[in-house]
Design a binder for this molecule. Structure first.
Ligand code: DX5
Ligand code: ZN
Length: 220
């Protein structure tokens, strides 16, 4: 399906963890489209963050879709808990496998939208056999694990190639980019074909009074 108007998904990794409920409510009020939740296990990536109990607790602070990005291995044992907690989109990395198609079916079977995440060095070819089975592709424009990293330029070519593949398939698959997204890189991601942008640093900079302006700037 053709590129849709861009959706902004603030990554709460950059929020105040001592006030997560209020932060989620604040970006919701500020015009966010999705809430991006970065789940890290200190095994697949070198950081440890949020589990299903926190997702469940946050659920009552926003009616927006929760875009849950799993950076965990193995994936399958925790999928039901995140589905139950209130995730809407559940994305995972094919390297965290080993059975990518089975994990997609597991997520779909729980009534959630499956997404596949491509690391900077992961080729587009890895998603091609299952592109028709997923609802979202997430292109990592940094190495997963931390917010505040610099955008990796080479990923723009992958975004362009995915845009062409999705258009050729003609299915409503979201093309999301995650990492180092700011006003300037956002423009280039959208030009390359992205229609959903994750942003942590760029949304949460300056505190709650700035969130609406920050989100507007990314969309423009
Ligand atoms: C990185 C996470 C990103 C990160 C983005 O592993 O997947 O969602 O929080 O943060 P910024 O926007 O600061 O690059
Ligand atoms: Zn993420």
């Amino acid at each position: 399906m053709p590129q849709q108007p861009v959706r902004i998904a603030p990554s709460i990794l950059s929020a105040d963890f001592a006030a997560l409920g209020a932060e989620v409510a604040a970006v919701t009020a500020a015009g966010a489209d999705w809430i991006h939740v970065d789940v890290m296990d200190n095994h697949f990536v070198p950081n440890l963050t949020i589990g299903p109990m926190v997702v469940k607790a946050l659920r009552k602070h926003s009616p927006l879709p929760f875009d849950v990005h799993l950076m965990i291995s193995p994936v399958d044992p925790l999928v039901p808990a995140f589905a139950e907690a209130g995730a809407d989109i559940i994305s995972f990395h094919p390297e965290a496998g080993p059975h990518v198609h089975r994990t997609i079916q597991l997520i779909r079977g729980l009534g959630k939208r499956p997404g596949l995440v491509l690391n900077p060095a992961t080729p587009l070819a890895l998603v091609e056999p299952v592109l028709g089975d997923i609802d979202l592709v997430l292109v990592m424009s940094v190495n997963p694990g931390f917010g505040g990293q610099a955008f990796i330029e080479t990923q723009l070519a992958k975004i362009r190639a995915l845009r062409a593949a999705i258009d050729a398939l003609g299915k409503p698959i979201d093309l999301e980019v995650d990492g180092g997204v700011n006003a300037e890189t956002a423009r280039r991601c959208i030009a390359a074909g992205a229609d959903a942008l994750v942003a942590g640093t760029a949304v949460f900079a300056g505190g709650p009074d700035r969130y609406a302006d920050n989100i507007r700037t990314l969309r423009a």
